[in-house]
Design a protein. Structure first.
Length: 333
């Protein structure tokens, strides 16, 4: 490939990554601090792009140049931020999460594939006390914020602004067609967290423990309702209006790893969760296609329980409820 052809491939790749409502030329001109006419000349290959300009655009759009130019370096470029008590702000974290979902929603054709290890975070925000519990666990135990060191759980510790941002994330998620692959053990992460705090006397009373178990059970009931309908539904008490399609599969042979894979106008992006709260993403084509094939392989061996498969659906959710109910009974005895 000659230099002009490689330059055009480079710009075409960037253009394909942008949502339809974003001006491609404006983005290039702004990042390189040049006029739109100069940007056009580079895009058409009339003016060679400099190595420094390539670097700036690769950083801006998170591009793996070696993969794009078919260089066999066996490397994959990811981007992401690391959370720690010194620099972490939960408001910023949620806002960034919201922006990612708004970006997904901006594409005309979109789908979100999820292979969760835990119950996907969206479902917490249907029930504020459950969302507040997860927030408290992240701050106290995962990030070990000093202010939470000797604090007893109280739902009011989660600021109203955080809850509102979480509800915006949920509303955005409800507009994105999704395919999720669950295992009956997805619930166990949250159950272990509740149990850990119960044994550590982090709850003020047994009633508070039971309230969280009740919220968790209600969230599972609501997921089952959406699976039966085959589409996402607005928050309880806010009208049962129809949202985007919701395909729920179950499998017994693998527990997910919290991989999220949006497919946007045919292009795939992979989000990997690590260290519990952190996530990183890549648009590397080879990696994304490999991950997509992995999803398809698991889907092929899983059972669809949304709309169809009523018997399997009831059996699956009843197994989860029995697990929750056993924990509630243990609290009372």
């Amino acid at each position: 490939m000659d230099s002009t052809g490689a330059q055009q491939v480079f710009f075409n790749h960037i253009k394909g990554m942008l949502p339809p409502h974003i001006s491609f030329v404006d983005e290039i001109a702004e990042e390189l601090d040049i006029s739109n006419d100069s940007a056009y000349r580079r895009i058409r290959g009339e003016k060679p792009i400099t190595l420094e300009e390539v670097k700036r655009l690769c950083i801006k759009f998170k591009i793996s140049l070696d993969q794009l130019l078919h260089l066999n370096s066996e490397s994959v470029v990811f981007s992401g931020k690391l959370a720690d008590p010194q620099n972490f702000n939960f408001e910023f974290y949620l806002h960034d999460f919201l922006l990612q979902h708004e970006m997904i929603n901006s594409f005309e054709q979109k789908e979100l594939l999820i292979l969760p290890k835990d119950v996907p975070v969206y479902h917490y925000y249907n029930f504020p006390e459950l969302a507040a519990f997860k927030y408290f666990f992240w701050m106290k135990t995962i990030l070990r914020y000093p202010d939470y060191n000797k604090t007893i759980f109280n739902p009011s510790l989660m600021a109203e602004s955080l809850m509102k941002t979480g509800e915006k994330i949920l509303a955005t998620y409800n507009k994105i067609p999704s395919t999720e692959i669950w295992n009956v053990e997805n619930i166990n992460t949250t159950l272990r967290q509740i149990e850990y705090y119960k044994e550590s006397n982090v709850f003020a009373s047994e009633d508070d423990v039971l309230k969280i178990y009740d919220c968790l059970e209600k969230s599972i009931d609501f997921v089952e309702l959406q699976a039966e309908a085959g589409y996402k539904i607005n928050q309880p008490g806010k009208g049962l209006s129809e949202g985007a399609p919701f395909n729920l599969y179950i499998n017994d042979f693998i527990l997910g790893d919290n991989t999220y894979l949006p497919v946007l106008n045919g292009r795939k992006v992979v989000f990997l969760t690590h260290s519990h709260l952190n996530y990183m993403n890549t648009k590397d084509v080879a990696f994304a296609e490999y991950t997509y094939r992995h999803f398809q392989n698991i889907l092929h061996k899983s059972t669809l329980i949304s709309v169809v498969g009523e018997k399997e659906r009831r059996r699956f959710f009843n197994r989860i409820r029995l697990n929750i109910d056993a924990r509630k009974i243990a609290v009372l005895h």
